[in-house]
Design a protein. Structure first.
Length: 106
């Protein structure tokens, strides 16, 4: 099940090339290949000077890991579902990724 979280009780932080940033929202898509279990996370971060960053990462134990993030096409639907519960992150990514039908005539 894909999940989304909003900034928790105590603001989580993330180290970035631009310095420490605060986690605003996160969408998580659990995945499995054989015996391997991991999750793709998409995070909306705020820097101290107010700049918004989006980080794509994967996690094997709850901590974001660097490296390439690869998703199967079918997992993108699960990401869209998680983004429905993370509106600020969806807005930062753009409405097209949050809803591929956005902008279509009814």
């Amino acid at each position: 099940m894909a999940t989304a979280t909003k900034g928790a009780r105590r603001a989580a932080t993330a180290a970035t090339p631009w310095g420490v940033a605060t986690l605003v929202e996160e969408a998580t898509v659990p995945q499995r290949v054989g015996d391997k279990r991991f999750s793709v996370v998409v995070q909306l971060l705020d820097t101290p000077d107010g700049e918004r960053l989006i980080r794509f990462a994967y996690t094997t134990d709850g901590s974001a890991r660097r490296g390439p993030v690869t998703m199967r096409a079918r997992d993108l639907e699960r990401l869209r579902a998680a983004l429905e519960r993370a509106p600020l992150l969806a807005q930062a990514l753009g409405s097209a990724i949050a809803d591929p039908r956005a902008g279509e005539d009814p």
